[in-house]
Write a protein that binds this ligand. Structure first.
Ligand code: PMT
Length: 220
C-alpha cells in the first residue's frame, strides 16, 4: 500500500484574522481564531512537508514541532511575508480571514472621544491570494471561500479571479461551520468546477482531507 507523503514539499499556509490598526489601542478585526489554518499546518507537517505558517493574531500554537510560525498583525504584514516566501514554496493554502479594508489613516495618538458620531474612512487592502495567483508558476494554490449567500457561485468566481487550483468553501449557513468552532463543513471545488460536498467533520479531519488533495495532485 502506498503511503501518503508530502516529503520534500514546501507548504505556505495563512491562518487567523488580520487586525487593522486605527490608533495605538484600537483595531478592526474579525472572528477567526486561526484553528482551521493551524490544523492544516499540523496535518501537512504530519505528512513530512516543510511548513511555513503565517498567522494573524491567534492564541494557538502548532502541535507539530516542525511547523515554522511567523506571526503578523495586519494584512499588509501578511502580504509581505507571503511574497517573501512564495518563490520558494510548492503549495499555498490560504485559510486566513484577511481584512478587505483598513483604516486609511492610523492615528499616532489615542483617538479622543468627542463628537456623537465618528466616521472611519477605509481603503482597500491588497488581496494576498489574488496577488500570488497572478505570479504563480508551478505552485498549487488552494484558497478558502467564506460565504453567507450564493455560496457555490461566489466560490467559483473566486477560483477564476484568484487563479486557484482548488477552493475550500465554507458557509455560515451550515451549522458547525466557520469561525471558532471545532468543526467545519466544507465543499471542495476544483478549477474545472467539479464540486465535492463533504460531511460535517472536526477541523482536524477537514485539514487531513485538504492535505490529501495536495498529495493526490502530486501523485498525478
Ligand atoms: O480560524 P477559524 O476560527 O478556525 O475559522 C476558519 C475560517 C472560517 C476563517 C476559515 O475556514 C476560512 O473560511 N477562511 C477564509 C476566510 C475568508 O476571508 O474568506 P474570503 O472568501 O473573504 O476570502 C477568499 C480567499 O482569499 C481566502 O483564501 C482568503 O485567505 C484570501 N484573501 C482574502 C482577502 C485578502 N485581502 N487577501 C486574501 O488572501
Amino acid at each position: 500500500e502506498k503511503q501518503l507523503t508530502l516529503r520534500g514539499k514546501k507548504v505556505l499556509i495563512t491562518a487567523g484574522p488580520t487586525y487593522e490598526p486605527l490608533d495605538p489601542v484600537r483595531f478592526i478585526g474579525n472572528h477567526s481564531t486561526g484553528k482551521m489554518g493551524f490544523d492544516i499546518a499540523d496535518a501537512a507537517a504530519n505528512l513530512g512537508a516543510e511548513v511555513i505558517l503565517v498567522s494573524g493574531p491567534s492564541h494557538l500554537n502548532p502541535k507539530h514541532s516542525q511547523v515554522k510560525v511567523i506571526r503578523v498583525f495586519s494584512a499588509s504584514e501578511m502580504y509581505d511575508i507571503c511574497h517573501s516566501c512564495f518563490q520558494d514554496v510548492d503549495t499555498v493554502i490560504a485559510a486566513a480571514a484577511v481584512a478587505d479594508y483598513r483604516p486609511k489613516v492610523v492615528a499616532t495618538q489615542k483617538i479622543k472621544k468627542n463628537d456623537e458620531t465618528f466616521i472611519i474612512e477605509l481603503e482597500k487592502n491588497p488581496d494576498i491570494l489574488a496577488s500570488l495567483g497572478e505570479i504563480k508558476k508551478s505552485q498549487y494554490l488552494i484558497g478558502f471561500a467564506l460565504e453567507t449567500e450564493n455560496e457555490i457561485e461566489h466560490a467559483k468566481a473566486k477560483i477564476v479571479k484568484k487563479n486557484l487550483d482548488l477552493i475550500v468553501l465554507n458557509s455560515l449557513n451550515d451549522e458547525g461551520a466557520g469561525f471558532g468552532k471545532p468543526t467545519n463543513k466544507v465543499t471542495f471545488i476544483d478549477k474545472d468546477f467539479n464540486i465535492f460536498p463533504q460531511e460535517l467533520k472536526s477541523k482536524e479531519e477537514v485539514a487531513k482531507d485538504i492535505v490529501s488533495k495536495i498529495v493526490q495532485h502530486y501523485e498525478k
